[in-house]
Design a protein around this ligand. Structure first.
Ligand code: HEC
Length: 126
């Protein structure tokens, strides 16, 4: 192998490594301790989640459908719900990774989920 090919493999190796770091699911301890910031959640909802969750586009649960959000909390653990948004999820339709909010931090994403629940008098820590 000449040096050029070795260099290309090296670049591939590095880019795979950095990608993996971005993909790593977060340590979920903050689900218990984070105090929701509903204002941040609202801003993110209006930037990202609104595309689907306002009118139920692509099979998404509608923002004001309290019964369905309550059912979600009854049926699934908060860790599962959070990771489904984080990793993307296929239910009645597809939700992209991080609900399409690619630059959202772990707590931004939680705030967006809490905003949806807050609008229905619910919380992930019900
Ligand atoms: C491209 C459309 C789309 C976008 C954008 C989107 N969602 Fe979703 N979301 C869906 C669909 C479809 C489902 C699955 C609904 C079902 O089958 O019950 C879903 C499900 C969910 C669930 C429930 C997951 C579970 O475990 O069942 C939560 C919570 C959620 N979305 C939050 C969000 C938040 C927060 C955002 C913005 C950061 C967001 N979504 C952006 C389409 C979307």
């Amino acid at each position: 192998m000449n040096n050029k090919i070795i260099f290309i493999f090296f670049l591939l190796f590095i880019s795979c490594k950095t990608n993996k770091q971005i993909e790593t699911p977060p340590n979920l301890a903050f689900l218990d301790t984070h105090i929701p910031n509903i204002k941040i959640g609202e801003r993110i909802f209006n930037q990202s989640c609104i595309t689907c969750h306002l009118y139920g586009t692509a099979g998404a649960t509608i923002l004001t459908d309290k019964k369905s959000w309550q059912q979600l909390l009854n049926n699934k653990k908060k860790e599962e719900i959070y990771l489904n948004v984080f990793n993307g999820f296929i239910g009645k339709g597809p939700m992209p990774k991080k609900g399409a909010c690619t630059n959202c931090s772990d707590t931004d994403l939680l705030d967006a989920i809490e905003y949806i629940l807050f609008m229905n008098d619910l919380s992930i820590n019900h």
